[in-house]
Every structure is written in C-alpha cells, then in structure tokens.
Design a protein around this ligand. Structure first.
Ligand SMILES: Nc1nc2c(c(=O)[nH]1)N[C@H]1C(S)=C(S)[C@@H](COP(=O)(O)OP(=O)(O)OC[C@H]3O[C@@H](n4cnc5c(N)ncnc54)[C@H](O)[C@@H]3O)O[C@H]1N2
Ligand code: MOO
Length: 410
C-alpha cells in the first residue's frame, strides 16, 4: 500500500513557484488580438495622455480666483472672450476677468486653471454671471495626468485586461509583443468513463464531466485546449496516450486515477514522462487530497482527482497558478474575493485546508454564505454554489456569523 506524503496548501503553492518553468516565446499581436495575453516587455509611454489640458465638463474656462466669492445671491461677472471648438486647438490665452466656453473633452485655453460648469453660470449678451466659485484644477484633466511621457505604464509579465488594452490604445500603440498562448492537453482516465455525448449508459458507466469543466476553466484563462479523449485503466495504453499528448502541449492534465487504488496508474504514467517527475502527491485539503503535481523535462503535468467537484476546485486553485506561471504572468491582478458571514458553524480538521462550496445571498447590505453540503462526487454542489469559502489549515472551523473570505465562482 502506497501512502501520500501530504503537503499543505501553502507548501504546494511554494513548490509550484519553485518548479514550474515559464514559456518565453514571444509573438506580436494587434491590440484586438492581445486581450488576456501576457506582455513580454515593459511599455514606456512615448507621449503624454492627454496631450493637452482637457475640460471634464461643458462650461467656461476661467481663472479660479476670478470666481471667488461668487454665489447665487452675489454673482460675479466675467467677459466671454470666445469659444473652443471640439478637437481643435484653443486660440489665444485667457486673460484675467475673462471666460472662454469649452465643451466636455475640449482643450482648455492656456492660462486658465479651472472650468465653471454651465449650470453654475449664465451668459447674457457677452457677459457671464458666475453663481459658484471653483477651485484651481477643478474640472480639468492636465496634460500627462493619465499617463506621463517616459513613465513605465505596464511591466513585462502583465496580463492585458480590457483596461490595459484601452491604455495602450490611448498611446497609439497598435501592436504589442506578448508571450505566445499556451496549449493544455487533457486526458480523462477510467474504464467507467464514456464520452459525454453517449446517449444511453450501461450500468456502471458515467459520462465524462471533467473534460468540459476543466477545459472550460482553462479557456477562460486564455489557454488553448487539446482534448485527448478517455483512456482505459491499462498502463500501456494510458502511458502511450499520455506521452502523445505530452509531446503536443505545454501542460498535460490528467483526470482520475490519482488515488492509490490498484488501477490508479496516474503516478506511474507521470513518472514515465520525464525528470524530475512528481513533486506533490497528496495535499492536506478537502476536497482533492490525492492531487498530483509534476514537471517532466520542463513541462508541468497535473493529475486531478476524479471526483468532479474535486477536479474543478483543485484546478481552480492550483491549475490557475500553474498556468499563470507557465505563461509568464508576473503582475496578475488579485483573485476575486469577497467577505461573507457564514450562516452555520462549519467544523474543519486543523492541519487541513477546507474549501466549502457556498450559496451567497445578500441581507441588510451584507453578504451571507450558506454552505452546500454534499460529496465531492456531486457536480451539482458546484452548480448550486456561487463561491468557495476557504478555511485555512490553522483554523478549527468557522463560527456562525463569522466573516469569511469567499472565492467567487466565475
Ligand atoms: N483508499 C482511499 N481511497 C480514496 C482516497 C484515499 O485517500 N484513500 N481518496 C479519495 C478521494 S478524496 C478522491 S477525490 C478520489 C480520487 O480518485 P482518483 O483520482 O483515483 O479518481 P477515480 O478513482 O478515477 O475517480 C473517482 C470518481 O470520480 C469519477 N470520475 C473520474 N473521472 C471522471 C470524469 N472525467 N467525469 C466524471 N466523473 C469522473 C469516477 O467515476 C469515480 O467515481 O479517490 C478517493 N478514494
Ligand atoms: O477529497 Mo476527494 O477530492 O473529494 O473526494
């Protein structure tokens, strides 16, 4: 009988960081094709954004000092000296005692330090009655306030979200060098597993759930997936299929056979793929204890536990970390977490990290997390859940009403 040398969740993350090599192949993509890609080089701004002082409102460019003391009951008076046209350079500089009309986004004339909104003044025959005072800088975006020429806008290793793509567009950058997208090959194992399209099942058979759940997560992280089908619990067939997929991909994902049963060949197959091989077999986590993580000649191999909820939770936690590291993401944004109060006491064994599926609901402005009880073989425990509560290994559970971190399902 083989026993797991179980690692904690924290040790597992540290081992992933130590073992997973990055892919450094670079390709050039247009901004439209670069969404969710990882930048291969830093972006230094070659110009200011905006390139000129802009008004953020429809109003009159003024000297703030000229409006001091203005109110509804004691309006001030300025001379209207002209109008700025949208998309055009402002004309002459503003002189004291004057106001120039500027549309939202239009250039603020030189000299002016603020813009008074049109609803706070009234133009009558070339004179502007001012009913409010404005402070210097009010309603103006200064040249370079968004991005300064020479500034490092984005570091190499940044994942390009829509907002990063927008910032690149603002600088007139139309192509970027990014790491190439990675390919993950997936293989289901188990004599009982049949393609999900199978219309009628024989007793003992189950449809392949894990391919679609795991590939679905991977696709959402920008990974291309290769489906390797289902392999029987036969060492030679399994090892040959795993080798073929391993050659085609940057990461190999195997589901099932990770435990220590007589027909659980996954560890042996992974060890046959290359050195150094398995670096984690068994994590003190629930669900997903029999997880296997390995590197074979520089390529990561993940052996997911077969139970569908375990496979998905493990892939969400460790698969995402492995993929990010593999594709060179070094400045990723933080995971989506929110805090919710538990509706129940939830016990947990100290020394083990528990990931409890929860349904979230809002009551009186607060989020509450209601645990979903059910075995890790039940995919509907995840269908019913909105997120996962993490009970860290040092805790002996959580109390009813306690505020707990929830990883929201995407
Ligand atoms: N003696 C022990 N037995 C088990 C342990 C243990 O520590 N000692 N751990 C249990 C835990 S926890 C899990 S999780 C499972 C993991 O088992 P395997 O990774 O070896 O997976 P299988 O035995 O192949 O499958 C488990 C279960 O999941 C179903 N399955 C597998 N693949 C799929 C798929 N692609 N789609 C849908 N369902 C799938 C499979 O039919 C089994 O019912 O081990 C426990 N045993
Ligand atoms: O801990 Mo296993 O992964 O659920 O059944």
């Amino acid at each position: 009988m083989q026993f797991f040398k179980v690692k904690t969740v924290e040790e597992t993350f540290a081992l992933i960081q130590e073992h997973i090599p990055e892919i450094r192949e670079v390709e050039t993509r247009t901004l439209e094709e670069a969404l969710h890609c990882i930048l291969a080089e830093p972006i230094v701004a070659a110009e200011n954004v905006p390139g000129f002082d802009r008004s953020t409102v429809d109003g009159y460019a003024v000297f703030a000092k000229d409006t001091y003391g203005s109110s509804e009951s004691m309006p001030g008076f300025l001379t209207v000296a002209g109008e700025v046209e949208m998309g055009k350079e402002a004309g002459a500089p503003l002189s004291r005692g004057e106001a120039i009309y500027v549309p939202t986004g239009g250039m603020v004339p030189p000299g002016s330090d603020s813009v008074l909104m049109i609803e706070h003044c009234e133009e009558i025959g070339g004179l502007l009655n001012t009913y409010r005072q404005v402070a210097p800088g009010e309603n103006i975006i200064r040249a370079g306030e968004d991005i300064k020429e020479g500034e490092v806008l984005l570091e190499a290793g940044t994942k390009l979200r829509p907002q990063e793509i927008g910032a690149l567009a603002s600088l007139g950058i139309s192509k970027v060098n990014v790491y190439r997208k990675i390919k993950a090959a997936y293989l289901s194992t188990g004599d009982e597993i049949v393609p999900y399209e199978t219309e009628s099942l024989k007793v003992g058979q189950v449809r392949d759930i894990n391919y679609l759940t795991v590939a679905g997560l991977a696709k959402g992280w920008g990974v291309e997936t290769i489906y390797g089908g289902i392999t029987a619990d036969d060492y030679d067939i399994f090892a040959a299929k795993a080798r073929e997929l391993y050659e085609q991909a940057d990461i190999l994902i195997l589901s099932g056979g990770s435990s220590v049963g007589a027909k659980d060949y996954t560890t042996e197959v992974i060890q046959s793929l290359g050195e150094p091989g398995v670096f984690v077999h068994g994590i003190s986590i629930k669900p997903g204890k029999p997880t296997i993580l390995a590197v074979a000649n520089g390529k990561p191999v993940i052996g997911l536990p077969g139970h569908p909820a375990s496979a998905m939770i493990i892939f969400r936690l460790f698969g995402e970390k492995i993929i990010k590291q593999r594709q060179g993401e070094r400045h990723g944004k933080k995971p989506e977490r929110l805090f919710a109060r538990s509706t129940k006491n939830i016990p947990s064994a100290p020394g083990r990290s528990d990931y409890i599926r929860v349904r979230l609901f809002e009551k009186e402005g607060e989020w509450w997390a209601d645990p979903i009880i059910g075995k890790s073989g039940l995919i509907t425990t995840l269908v019913k859940s909105d997120g996962i509560v993490e009970i860290q290994s040092e805790k002996e559970g959580i109390l009813q009403g306690e505020l707990v971190p929830v990883i929201a399902s995407k």
